[in-house]
Design a binder for this molecule. Sequence first.
Ligand code: PLP
Length: 279
Amino acid sequence: MIVYLNGQYLPLEEARIPVLDRGFIYGDGVYELVPVYRRRPFRMAEHLARLQHSLDGIRLANPHTTAEWETIIRTLIDKHDFDDQAIYFQVTRGVAKRDHAFPQGVAPTVFMMSNPLPTPSAAQFANGVAVVTAEDNRWRRCDLKTISLVGNVLMRQLAADAGALETVMFRDGFLTEASASNVLTVQGGRIVAPPKDHHILPGITYGAAEEFARDAGIPFDIRPIPRAEAYAADEWWLSSSTKEVLAITTVDGRPFAGGKPGPVFQRMHALFKAGTGRG
Ligand SMILES: Cc1ncc(COP(=O)(O)O)c(C=O)c1O
């Protein structure tokens, strides 16, 4: 595997960063993951705009122009022979003597890699997936895609411990998101999704689902979803770049929404396949 590190393309085994990198010491950095379908990046502009939002949020200057990012992404795609790829990249505040305050005059660290795009199995699309639920105890800037992910890691592990795929979270009685996915609901034929505020990551897949729904004439509402309303919903979905849209059919060990993917999910799944050029 060929990776990109600070201006160089090199084999993964040869990529090294110093232990004083602030990404390692503080989790002081941000990341992105762009899915690539049939060698074409999906919604690259949106991912690069979210990267800028995350960098602004942690007060780190963007080390590259949009054109430079696009060139590196395309070069990495070309260097790998699998067609569907997950381009991961992260920017940290660089290498400096350990001190919480920002170092002066330090170059950021830029690391990028491509892996085969993990996609859900046919069984997961057909039968839906299991989740557990938990109180969202993460910080209040979940809109920033930071590499400080221990809160999300602990949430995801709750699911793993229970043999489930994801942990769906509620904060102060309202649905937020899952540990590495957004959560959307269907209520009376309308898709209802939580607002893209500081409590959730503004998912690019969520945005794509919103656009596909609007184009197909499926009503898409965005508003806070109280817990009771969430539990009364007809369908719950997960969305993310590596999950696309998946129906949730088991919640905390009990069948949910009739225990099978609902009709609006089926439509969105088809819209998603078509919208990513694989329909
Ligand atoms: C916490 C969290 N929410 C939502 C998402 C979905 O974002 P996207 O659709 O851009 O992959 C992710 C993706 O990794 C995530 O980590």
